[in-house]
Design a protein. Structure first.
Ligand code: NAP
Ligand code: G4F
Length: 403
């Protein structure tokens, strides 16, 4: 049985990759950080009681800033494949925590490669490095492929640049099987809540249920090549199954603006958005809202809340215009600009060319931009409905509009 060690297993990609590798009959080991509150929500469904037989999922405490701990874990696990997904992965946060980001994202990669070397495992381990389209930053050509020069625009991008090159260097210097996956943005219902995609889908869902009135964004005109994380983790694995180590761009080949993302997310709940004003004064207003009624009426829901009827779990497409008295109305200002979300240096537009991966790995994205947004809004509607029930039963519910 092959063994994989995943750093960053509690993150979006770590969770999807662990699930994927367990499906391929791997023994999966993950490194999680100690935190004061639980941080394993994304992989709890994979947890196996270590007392049971045939356990194939294990977690180890560790941190990319702690070299001796990494050496010990690699020695204990003796993995065939290592996936380095751990990182301080938020671009905006990296401007505020530049030194920490360099320590975890740049030196963390070096520490893992050194652990492999110190333990004499250079010939037996295959190493995947989570590189990023942020390396292209201020893009030097469109679309971006493996030959496009890098021009990072944030402490995060610069840290990842070091990680990219140290991975290439160890491949060349020590003949290690080390690959860079240069992945463009990828999202999902378990995306971190402060990345723009999830921030939008969560706010839209909460507004639909009357839990929130509006939300604030930064640069609406930034464009990204957005894919689905489920498709992208498969590419990570494929890279490590090749005869020779190499670097690959993984992207959908479509670019969309933040503005388009907002419009599609609102469309998912039957609302059209119109933009008015310019720059920091621009606002998004509901111009039209469908009068569609859902299978569960507001009355039915209220009865269930009062305990007069047995509440049943709503299907995600049943959330349409249930709560008529709370519902959004045409003319409502639902998006405003908050300049604090503008970045000191921005990456204006990313568009990837994944033809090398298509040819060499046989990799192709399957989930479209529209399908991805739809699945995210649906999942967030389910989550919001739980908050709605709590609120209607008199419990306190937090307002997330200022994230
Ligand atoms: P994510 O959801 O932010 O997950 C990051 C993971 O790294 C989490 O498990 C986090 O632990 C862990 N981590 C952070 N600092 C650590 C440290 N010092 N030591 C150990 N673990 C640490 O990120 P993601 O979206 O899954 O992305 C996975 C990787 O791909 C990252 O390296 C990211 O930079 C890169 N990437 C992502 C994208 C994208 O669009 N998603 C695109 C290109 C590249 P906690 O759960 O405890 O915070
Ligand atoms: O969702 P974002 O924060 O993702 P960003 O900066 O593209 O980084 C993500 O993708 C990278 C791959 O290219 C990864 F390496 C990285 O780890 C991360 O996963 O922002 C996307 C765009 C930016 O241009 C930002 O300025 O959305 C713009 N934006 C506008 N308003 C906002 C907001 N971003 C955030 N997070 N929050 C806003 O309110």
């Amino acid at each position: 049985m092959k063994k994989a060690l995943i750093t960053g297993i509690t993150g979006q990609d770590g969770a999807y990759l662990a699930e994927f590798l367990l499906g391929k009959r791997y023994e999966v080991h993950g490194i999680k950080r100690r935190s004061s509150s639980l941080n394993t929500g994304r992989v709890d469904h994979l947890y196996q009681d270590p007392h049971e037989e045939n356990v194939r999922f294990f977690m180890h405490y560790g941190d990319l800033t702690d070299a001796t701990n990494l050496i010990r874990i690699v020695q204990e696990v003796q993995p065939d494949e290592m996936y380095n997904l751990a990182a301080q992965s938020h671009v905006m946060v990296s401007f505020e925590t530049a030194e920490y980001t360099a320590n975890a994202d740049a030196l963390g990669t070096l520490r893992l490669l050194e652990a492999i070397r110190i333990l004499g495992m250079t010939d037996s381990v295959r190493f995947y490095q989570a590189s990023t389209s942020e390396l292209f930053g201020k893009v030097q050509s469109v679309p971006q492929n493996e030959k496009t020069p890098f021009y990072p625009r944030s402490p995060y991008g610069v840290a990842k640049l070091y990680a990219y090159w140290i991975c290439v260097n160890y491949r060349e210097a020590y003949s290690m099987f080390a690959c860079n996956g240069i992945l463009f943005n990828h999202e999902s219902p378990i995306r971190g809540e402060t990345f723009v995609s999830r921030k939008i889908t969560r706010a839209v869902a909460r507004m639909k249920l009357g839990l929130q009135k509006k939300f604030y964004l930064g640069n609406l005109d930034a464009k990204r090549d957005w894919g689905h994380a489920k498709d992208f983790v498969k590419a990570m694995w494929l890279m490590l199954q090749q005869k020779k180590p190499d670097d690959f761009v993984i992207a959908t080949g479509e670019s969309h603006s933040v503005r388009e993302f907002v419009e599609l997310a609102f469309r998912e709940i039957g609302a059209e958005i119109q933009w008015k004003g310019k720059g920091a004064k621009e606002v998004g207003i509901i111009s039209k809202i469908s009068g569609q009624r859902s299978a569960v009426s507001g009355q039915e829901m209220k009865k269930a809340i009062r305990g007069a009827a047995k509440p049943r779990r709503l299907k995600s497409d049943e959330f349409a215009s249930d709560f008529s008295e709370r519902a959004l109305r045409a003319g409502d200002v639902v998006v405003e600009i908050d300049p604090r979300y503008f970045r000191p240096t921005e990456v204006d537009e990313l568009l990837g060319d994944a033809s090398k991966a298509r040819k060499a790995l046989g990799w192709e994205p399957r989930i479209s931009f529209e399908e991805m947004i739809s699945s995210m809004v649906k999942a967030d509607l389910e989550e919001a409905s739980r908050d709605q029930l709590c609120k209607d039963s008199g419990y306190r519910v937090l307002n997330y509009s200022n994230e």
